[in-house]
Design a protein around this ligand. Structure first.
Ligand SMILES: C[S@@+](CC[C@H](N)C(=O)[O-])C[C@H]1O[C@@H](n2cnc3c(N)ncnc32)[C@H](O)[C@@H]1O
Length: 1009
């Protein structure tokens, strides 16, 4: 790279992310990226991966570590936003359609038009004399941008056309910065270089120059829990030297794919497309040769539908287990179980184009459940009598003498790939979806493209083809396993995997695939080309005994991916893709972002064995993670481990469950400390680390502080970025999931302090931090269309961070060695020294968040629910509506169940209940609002709003507030709270605001006998 080395040192400079981060905007961007689902940059490499961290967030972290925090925070912020594509001029390019010159002329008042545009009468060559701009009609005139106009000036003008809406709404309408990556930053470099003293025209140049200023070389960035490679990929795309590792080889493979496929050269992509097509052709030809997917009359199978079949113990009938008889909603197809009393079994007939009533009636199948999580029943009728048997009874579930669970299922053996005749659960093909190219109509104008589809019942010929596939498998299974084309690996017991043998008797990973699936995937897996393995794994995910048949999906129905679900759940019926439909997945389109010149490496390595020096470490460890990567990814490992392609052959092809960091207990903390201690050792003194974790319980702060302390690190900042909305089915509402970024440095020296001194220091630091950010909000207001850079929840987070910053600076407190103290095993119920310090620190941060209009002394006396309500009302009056704010403050103020105080818990449209909506609720003893003055005040406001007589209102206040008549301070509090409500409700609910004013006067003027 030819970048000029700039002799200016940032060695001792704070990083920008240690001082500021535009978290609100970043949240909007990260949310947009997460919602893009399949449009995400790396998803096509492995849509089965759970928990990808948004690239835009990763970019913010990497740049935030490299950029300096200077004496001019507003300029730092402006430059950072330009680099992130968040400034107005970037939006001009991110906008889906850029305005034409004539549209700009029509909409804007432009002083000197000729400074921007040239115009010539239409039909005249541009060299002709220019048009007279004073004539305001541009009809018949061709207007163009001046060629010498700078990109920045052009964008400035275009940006004036952007709608004046909130940032979030803007992001909703715009493309993501990476979707216009080639051009979005064209206008920023002069300003960026002037501020940073660099000389860059691209990210790799900028990153290299900043790296040299900070570390003396191009920055080395590592992620030792790299998962799907989201962090590592972004670091490489920006131009860093990247080291990525993960315990899991599938994680490493996805990361490798990010570097070498999405980040691969244009030529390598052309070659890949060719290889993909070759493989698809080869597999389809082999299947055609076997004659197992076509009916000989022009129809070719698209999907085979299978279900479990069992003998009903009460009637001795064989019954197909179908949770629904609907086969395809879109094509109106249902299955009908036609009894065959002689054979004591059912024929499955398939009916198409049925009526609404038939479709509705078919929704209920032969398996029913009385509710979520309830054991399902087999239900069928013989001679008009209904028989019900629990599926667990069919299995013969029981407790063994030693207390463990057992059942009567036979455990499958390695050579099995289908049930044996005397197994309890049999498998049955019950329907085939066929397809045939549309017939051309006679007239030449209408060559119809596409296919006709038909769902059909299973025929004797179909069964013959089934037997052919099975015979092929009998002949080849062992060989193909030996060659590594098919899995032969045992399923180890685990939280996710034990269910596979308990519910089905499956003991090896290949048991999760039927013979057709083994055949198609096995043929594809014969290729040793690393880049083709990504498609093979997509096929394996999308065609297994665990692939749900979605009757409502497009094209008559869809065979869904195993990992569309978090867990490995055996199904009673499933879809099997025939070769055409399966191999289509091989040709999946990958995005293309050819990488720059930084080096990249990927390793299967436990995080605590890092062995190279790294300047910046950004990690997203498996904190209390619901995803059991180490178990579920064995599903894929099993397919690759015996014969991995050369590129992956140095990796350990095992999930090494024992080494995976998991849970939240003692062992988890110890292993995390091991990993972060090692990373700390591998980081120079001026290095920076960021740990990402999902904001969960309050105790997480103590855990994380402990881990950081014991690893020899110290906290320098923390930020909260809301990244996605998650539907919580039980709660029927959205839940916002966010990510906390903890910024860390090496703790140098052994500083000592006492608890008393700490108290003061924490207080001062928290207050300074809160006022710093509030100040930056004020200064930035003019610049950012009156939107806050930081909301209260961000400031609160920064407050916590400030407290942690003070705490983790010290190695010894009150003579105790904090490194040892932090990892001391916990005794149940005991509050440790560290817990006590953290609680104190967090409380101090919360104290700084008193809403405007409430005296600090009063604030301290309020109950948690009161604080929550008053604080959130303050935020609502300023237009804040996102649920994560409510979640965060409920946690901060220790409200047990804030949802009872809410009228709406929608992710982006949350709202408190009004006084009238509360009515008489939340007054009784079990409520967190019980006997609180605020609840009584809201009650009184409701009464006044409903025209209850003033004297009666006062009488009820006396009843609802303890010591109301005898204690003047209680009455003063009523007046203050009524005044507060009146002010905050003015714009939100004017009638209640007016009722609150009446209450304030009533109580203020009340004469007591
Ligand atoms: C939360 S995920 C990382 C996700 C990643 N940031 C992404 O965007 O895809 C955590 C990762 O840590 C890995 N892991 C668990 N224990 C590990 C260990 N001891 N050493 C290295 N990696 C480990 C898991 O395999 C998993 O991939």
């Amino acid at each position: 790279m030819s970048s000029k080395v700039v002799p200016f040192s940032l060695k001792d400079a704070h990083s920008l992310i240690e001082r500021l981060l535009p978290v609100q905007k970043l949240s909007a961007e990260a949310y947009k990226e997460q919602m893009a689902v399949h449009g995400k940059t790396l998803t096509a490499l492995g849509s089965y991966w759970k928990g990808r961290k948004p690239l835009i967030l990763n970019k913010a972290c990497i740049l935030g570590c490299l950029l300096p925090a200077t004496e001019e925070p507003e300029r730092d912020l402006a430059v950072f936003e330009r680099l992130m594509g968040m400034d107005d001029e970037s939006f001009a390019v991110r906008w889906k359609r850029r305005p034409k010159p004539k549209e700009l002329l029509g909409a804007l008042t432009i002083g000197r038009i000729a400074d921007y545009f040239t115009a010539v009468p239409e039909g005249v060559l541009p060299t002709s004399a220019p048009v007279d701009w004073s004539n305001e009609s541009y009809d018949g005139v061709k207007v163009a941008w001046r060629e010498d106009l700078s990109e920045l000036e052009r964008r400035r003008l275009e940006a004036q056309m952007l709608p004046r809406v909130s940032y979030r709404e803007r992001v909703d309408e715009a493309r993501r910065p990476e979707e216009v990556q080639d051009t979005v930053h064209d206008h920023i470099w002069d300003e960026v270089n002037a501020h940073l003293r660099t000389d860059a025209r691209s990210f790799p140049e900028l990153v290299e120059q900043l790296g040299i200023m900070r570390f003396g070389h191009r920055p080395k960035v590592a992620d030792t829990f790299c998962g799907s490679g989201q962090i590592a990929f972004e670091a490489a795309r920006l131009g860093c030297d990247v080291y990525a590792s993960d315990l899991n080889p599938i994680a490493c493979m996805l990361t490798w794919g990010a570097f070498h496929i999405v980040g691969g050269s244009k030529e390598s992509r052309v070659q890949l497309a060719r290889d993909q097509q070759d493989l698809i052709r080869r597999v389809r030809a082999q299947i055609d040769d076997l004659g197992i997917e076509s009916d000989g009359a022009g129809w070719r199978a698209k999907v085979f539908l299978y279900c479990v079949e069992v003998r009903c113990p009460q009637t001795e009938w064989m019954v197909p287990l179908l949770p629904t008889l609907v086969v395809s909603k879109g094509y109106r197809v249902i299955a009908q179980l036609v009894p065959d009393p002689k054979a004591k079994r059912y024929h499955v007939e398939i009916r198409s184009n049925v009526t609404d009533a038939d479709l509705h009636a078919a929704e209920e199948g032969s398996v029913r459940s009385e509710g979520r999580g309830q054991d399902p029943y087999l239900v069928h009728s013989v001679d008009g009598r209904e028989y019900r048997t629990k599926v667990s009874t069919l299995r013969g579930d029981h407790k063994r003498p030693d207390g463990s669970n057992g059942n009567r299922l036979r455990l499958w053996e390695k050579e099995d790939f289908k049930p044996r005749p005397d197994d309890i659960f049999q498998e049955r093909l019950y329907c085939v979806q066929w397809m045939r190219p549309k017939k051309e109509r006679g007239d030449e104008s209408s060559h119809l493209k596409g296919n006709d589809y038909e769902f059909c019942a299973v025929t004797a010929a179909d069964m013959m083809r089934e037997r052919m596939v099975e015979a092929f498998m009998v002949e080849h299974l062992a060989d193909w396993q030996k060659n590594g084309w098919l899995p032969d690996m045992r399923i180890e017991p685990g939280v996710e995997t034990t269910r596979l043998f308990r519910e089905r008797g499956w003991t090896h990973w290949h048991h999760l695939f039927n013979p057709r699936q083994l055949l198609v995937a096995g043929l594809m897996n014969q290729s040793r080309e690393a880049r083709l393995k990504f498609g093979v794994m997509q096929v394996v995910n999308a065609s297994s005994r665990l692939s749900r048949w979605n009757q409502s999906g497009g094209g008559g129905g869809i065979v869904a991916g195993v990992f569309d679900n978090q867990a490995l759940n055996p199904l009673l019926n499933y879809g099997c893709r025939a070769s055409t439909y399966a191999t289509d997945l091989m040709a999946g389109e990958f995005k293309s972002f050819p990488m720059g010149s930084g080096s990249v490496s990927v390793n299967t390595q436990p995080a605590n064995t890092l062995a190279s020096l790294q300047d910046i470490l950004i990690t997203d460890p498996p904190y209390g993670d619901a995803v059991k990567y180490e178990e579920i990814l064995e599903f894929f490992i099993a397919w690759l481990r015996r014969s991995p392609p050369t590129e992956f052959s140095n990796w350990v092809w095992d999930s090494r469950r024992a080494l995976a960091i998991k849970g939240e207990d003692e062992g988890f903390r110890r292993e995390m400390v091991g990993a972060y201690q090692r990373m700390n050792e591998c980081m120079p003194d001026q290095g920076v680390q960021i740990i990402m974790f999902t904001h969960q319980s309050g105790s997480i702060w103590a855990d994380m502080a402990g881990i950081v302390w014991a690893s020899g690190l110290r906290v320098t900042a923390a930020w909260y970025v809301a990244t996605e909305a998650e539907k919580r089915i039980q709660e029927g509402s959205s839940h916002v999931k966010g990510t906390v970024l903890l910024v860390l440095r090496k703790r140098l020296g052994t500083e000592k302090t006492t608890r008393d001194e700490l108290a003061w220091e924490i207080q001062e630091e928290v207050e300074r931090q809160v006022s710093d950010l509030a100040g930056l909000n004020q200064e930035a207001k003019g610049l950012y269309r009156d939107e806050n850079v930081f909301e209260d929840a961000d400031i609160q987070m920064a407050g916590y961070a400030a407290a942690l910053r003070v705490l983790t600076r010290y190695s010894i407190i009150d003579g105790r060695d904090m490194t040892a103290e932090a990892i001391r095993p916990r005794v149940k119920g005991e509050t440790t020294f560290v817990d006590g310090l953290i609680t104190f620190a967090v409380d101090t941060a919360n104290q700084c968040l008193v809403p405007r209009g409430i005296a600090e002394g009063r604030w301290k006396k309020l109950q948690p629910a009161e604080r929550f309500y008053l604080k959130m009302l303050d935020l609502e009056s300023r237009g804040v509506k996102t649920l994560d704010n409510y979640q965060n403050f409920a946690k901060a103020f220790k409200v047990r169940d804030f949802r009872v105080l809410m009228a709406s818990s929608k992710a982006n449209d949350a709202r408190l209940r009004s006084a009238v909506e509360f009515g008489r609720n939340e007054m009784s003893e079990g409520s967190e609002f019980h006997q609180s003055v605020l609840r009584a005040v809201l009650y009184a406001v409701m009464e006044i709003a409903k025209d209850v007589d003033g004297l009666e209102v006062l009488a009820h206040l006396g009843f609802n507030i303890p010591n109301y008549l005898s204690d003047a301070t209680q009455r003063e509090m009523v007046v203050e709270l009524a005044d507060y409500l009146a002010k905050r409700l003015e714009g939100l609910r004017p009638e209640e605001a007016s009722a609150a004013r009446v209450l304030r006067e009533l109580v203020g003027n009340q004469r007591l006998g």
